[in-house]
Unconditional design. Structure first.
Ligand SMILES: Cc1cc2nc3c(=O)[nH]c(=O)nc-3n(C[C@H](O)[C@H](O)[C@H](O)COP(=O)(O)OP(=O)(O)OC[C@H]3O[C@@H](n4cnc5c(N)ncnc54)[C@H](O)[C@@H]3O)c2cc1C
Length: 362
């Protein structure tokens, strides 16, 4: 049984294909891709730079299911990822000030080109524009990704095989709010952002918010979207370095409120804070009512996926033998910063290791 069929030629599918074929050239591997070209999502990632990992990748608390990830990371960690990326793909990494890892060229095209070259060099078969059913002879790997900015999915493959898929929702996406954002359009500002349900803070982090005419955007806002529940609000602390008491002292040094606000904020933001009254409170708690999340067309990932109780830490199915499920089609998601591609690569390597170990007669 040396036949391996992989469905989905994105990051995770191409990773496991290359990992396996390089270590066992006798394997008969076929990648089935619904799109007319493989790996197309890579080009959209990291604003065209492909943020493919993070120096904090081994910290399981970055993922929605830390206990599952803790076990996975014992099998494959960031060192394995770096070794695969450099030794198997020939991609040199560069780290930015926030620990995000990019190809040295800072071009997502370098990553796609590296994957394509390896597929060719290792003579891995690729079928594009695939519309068929699963061929379950040999080992089957489902790596079909998610709804996020994708025309095709493979959730039905899983449910047809008796697997459970949890609720699916767009995540790492922009927030639609009740308040009129038009006056703030185009402003980018560093804040401490919190998502709240009543008085309960669901998540909070510092970063840059981008005010769009129709939505709140920016990395910190996308990260909040992973915690969205109906009836949530978002609060921006526009001056996280100052307490309310310090702000009162600072305000006293200015002749009037306008001068004070203009010394801290871009003009249009200062005007909006003033409109809300009680400016010290508004500076520390600039609030918006979230109406909902923008759709999969804007989302970077999907929250939810294959129920993790039905999968081992090596990504083998507990329901169907010789089936592996990897990448974003699983119920694993993480914040912005290279953790989602990082996970796609880690899951591909882990499944590859397991296949080589369990099926050593291959
Ligand atoms: C705009 C954008 C920016 C992003 N930026 C980053 C970033 O900088 N860093 C980061 O870590 N993450 C980023 N992500 C998330 C990241 O791209 C995904 O988490 C990652 O690609 C998931 O890898 P995957 O292999 O599981 O799925 P994918 O890479 O999506 O690959 C799945 C493949 O399966 C194919 N497919 C689907 N259904 C079928 C089917 N039925 N049969 C055959 N083939 C099928 C798809 O066409 C696709 O090619 C970004 C996502 C988007 C949309």
């Amino acid at each position: 049984m040396n036949k391996i069929n992989i469905y989905g030629a994105g990051i995770s599918g191409m990773t496991v294909a290359i990992y396996l074929k390089k270590r066992n050239p006798k394997l008969d591997i076929t990648l089935y891709e619904a799109n007319d070209r493989v790996g197309q999502k890579i080009l959209k990632t990291g604003n065209g730079k492909c943020n493919l990992s993070n120096t904090d990748l081994d910290n399981a608390s970055n993922y929605n299911n830390p206990s599952f990830m803790k076990e996975v990371l014992k099998i494959t960690n960031s060192n394995d990822l770096r070794a695969f990326v450099l030794d198997d793909l020939g991609i040199v990494l560069r780290e930015d000030d926030y620990g995000r890892l990019y190809p040295y060229s800072e071009k997502a095209t370098s990553v796609l080109t590296a994957y394509l070259q390896k597929l060719k060099e290792l003579e891995i078969k690729v079928v594009t524009s695939f519309r068929g059913d699963l061929d379950l002879k040999g080992i089957t790997i489902i790596a079909t990704g998610s709804y996020a900015q994708s025309k095709y999915t493979g959730y039905n493959y899983l449910t047809n095989l008796g697997h459970k898929v949890t609720d699916l929702n767009p995540a790492l996406t922009t927030l639609k709010v009740k308040e009129d954002l038009r006056p703030l359009k185009g402003i980018r500002f560093k804040v401490k952002a919190s998502i709240l349900k009543g008085n309960k803070v669901l998540f909070s982090d510092e970063g840059e918010v981008q005010f769009r005419e129709d939505a709140l955007s920016g990395i910190v806002t996308l990260d909040l979207s992973r915690y969205y529940e109906e009836g949530c609000e978002v609060s921006f602390d526009l001056v996280p370095e100052y307490s309310k008491e310090e702000l009162k002292i600072l305000k006293a040094k200015f002749n009037d409120e306008d001068q004070f606000l203009n010394s801290l904020l871009p003009k249009m933001l200062a005007l909006e804070v003033k409109k809300r009254g009680n400016i010290i409170s508004s500076l520390k708690d600039f609030r918006f009512t979230i109406l909902g999340l923008n759709s999969y067309n804007e989302a970077q990932i999907t929250k939810g996926g294959l129920d993790l109780r039905e999968i081992g830490y090596d990504f083998s199915s507990k329901i169907k033998s010789n089936l592996y499920v990897i990448g974003e089609v699983l119920d694993i998601d993480a914040r912005c910063g290279g953790f989602n591609i990082g996970f796609a690569i880690i899951s591909g390597i882990t499944a590859g290791k397991s296949i080589l170990r369990k099926h050593n007669s291959l």
